[in-house]
Ligand binder design. Sequence first.
Ligand code: NAD
Length: 508
Amino acid sequence: METQFQSLEDEIISGKDISVPDFLKAWLAKPKLNFVGNQLCESNSKKVYCNINPATEEDICWVVLSDKTDVAKSIQVARDAFNKGEWSQLSQRERAKIVKRLGELIIEHRAPLAILESLDTGKPIFESFEGDIPRSASNFQFFAEFAEDEEKLVFQNLQDEHTAFREPLGVVALITPWNLPLYLATWKIAPALMMGNSIVLKPSELTPLTACYFAELTQKAGLPSGVFNVVHGFGDKSAGEFLVSDPGIDAVSFTGETSTGRAIMRSAAVGPTRISFELGGKGATIIFEDADILEAVEETLKAGFRNQGQICLATPRIFIHKNIYSKFRNLFVEKANQIKVGNPLNYSTRMGSLIGREHWEKVMGYVCKVEEPMKILSGGDRPREIRKGAFLAPTIIENVPLDHPISREEIFGPVVSLYSFQNEGEVIKEVNDTQYGLSASIWTTDLDRAERVSRAVQSGLVWINCWFARDLRVPFGGQKRSGIGREGGKHSLDFFSDWKSVCVRRKK
Ligand code: NAD
């Protein structure tokens, strides 16, 4: 489909270093404001913070820092819109038309959105243009179609008829992280809208741009004023905390670190408010000796280094059967060294920068802990040819003790450890020896073994001979300290709605 941004799309995929187009420069020159009741609003505090491009370390734009009164106002506006009923009282079929339109608008604006996402996060434009932004659009298409028809349950007995149907909750708070900004925000926005709620979104302070741009698209789509609102600011003792601790919020859907989940749970006790948490992970890949090694190497490289390893579903721990350890390791290291790390605004780049200097230092803190007998097989620092920015070459470490912080803690960067194992029982025990339980991949041609191991692994998601394959109807979420609740298909709709049951006594 030809879009108004066709020439920009052509430029992106041309493989040249692209520069930010003038119309986006002009957009970025204005401070990024809250979006409340279809209006851009400054903060009452008049405070702003500077948003930085992690790849160039240059300033991108100013962003408002919301205070408690700004957050309270956004909740009130959302509540008023909810009570007005222009959205909450529509049928799901009527809502689906606008929700689908949001998906179409994201596709039409794919090029500017992809550029903004790469500027903000440092991720390769290939990733944002081919992955994050189309997936954000499909979140709307999927939930619009999935929830288009009203769900109604009817139970009859001799005397009575019981019916049950969904109702919206009211005003929901969405708190999202920086690693997949628009992708994860829309994963919550789409079902929350389809269920008729009003929304206050607090995107990560590190990546506010696509939320700002998207807010303007909601106006174009015709979403009634006040149904979708965005407030900017930090988390702790800032906009995030003000939002989740406000008794005017009916539900909090949060994706982020496990430790933040703990803080939000305390804040949400004020309601008590319904919560859904998608938290941290320490995924594992298990490669048995009968695996297709070439395929396992290719997919595991993506699982380790895609999005600079900053994916909750990434696989920082790779367990390889001792008989194929050397073969797998050599090939894995060879291919990791071929990954093109560099300018995020070049379509051929496959790894960009981490989210920022602070996070780079945190990740490097782990790499600096490597000591005998541990060994860095590749990476371990910023690639030599890159002089600034939060870049880290794909880093592979072996001989890491299982009780070492590198094995146990969520690093959330392009750092992967290799472990050799002897048998199934041993590897299952080692994989499960973590507080997290989000995802695991198993590589084997023995499907009986694959099924047995997939049941034994303590993890919300298990892939067999693949990684990151998703069907949006499937329950998504973590076991143990990786989450509370599930997203996806019916699970998202359940979270963002309440069932009402009505009983009618029939005349005798
Ligand atoms: P984070 O927890 O630091 O921040 C996430 C969001 O929470 C931000 O918007 C932040 O401002 C806000 N926040 C922070 N403290 C808050 C508080 N006290 N009250 C309310 N809001 C608060 O996470 P991050 O660093 O942005 O993202 C990385 C983390 O997210 C990793 O742990 C990763 O595993 C996790 N993650 C999980 C999934 C999943 O599906 N399980 C997906 C993506 C990322």
